[in-house]
Write a protein that binds this ligand. Sequence first.
Ligand SMILES: Cc1cc2nc3c(=O)[nH]c(=O)nc-3n(C[C@H](O)[C@H](O)[C@H](O)COP(=O)(O)O)c2cc1C
Length: 203
Amino acid sequence: MSISFDFATLSERERYKLMIGTIIPRPIALVTTVDEEGRINAAPFSFFNCLSADPPILALGVENHPDMSFKDTAHNIRMTEVFTVNIVSFSIAEAMHVCGAKYPRGVDELKEAGLTAMPGEKVGSPWIAEAPAAFECRRHVTLELGKSRQVILGEIVFAHYRDGVVDPERFHVDPAAVDAIARLGGDICSTVRDRFEMLTPKL
Ligand SMILES: Cc1cc2nc3c(=O)[nH]c(=O)nc-3n(C[C@H](O)[C@H](O)[C@H](O)COP(=O)(O)O)c2cc1C
């Protein structure tokens, strides 16, 4: 027995629920940007992943507000062409959640969440001192997928790591030190603490 769905017959909400419940775990990008006046903004996005290493490209899926206006993150990236993806560890999970609240434009969510903004090296957007890792990105291309969704591809131009997260000789990143959290369906998040090794079979 199986249960099947024809996506053409489903509502937008039903498709969303199936996709976010099934395509798991999704990493969470806590995206920091600045507006035209240099005011800091931060918001979490779990429609996020890495797509290419050469060029080094990551993707964010950003939904518009119901009235089709841009979220502050999308607005700021459009105006400044840059953003910073901060990886969310378990230790900053609560702070990430504070940044997801609907603050009006111009409110610095990092301050609200008690996180520390560090000046960007190559971009105007700050990175977060408490994050295990952060990628400074320049907007590569924006895909308008529908009237209310954009996928923003960013090229990574600079990376920051907290002490002990990466071995600078071997470029090995310690997953235990990153201690990333992921989003599942609904409001459920998870850690990635249960790991095992699988070697690709040699033919
Ligand atoms: C864990 C988590 C993941 C989220 N993922 C997304 C996402 O992938 N795309 C999106 O448009 N909104 C997502 N949101 C909602 C935004 O973070 C929220 O709309 C936020 O207020 C946007 O802020 P901004 O207007 O400052 O950009 C997520 C929220 C949380 C808590």
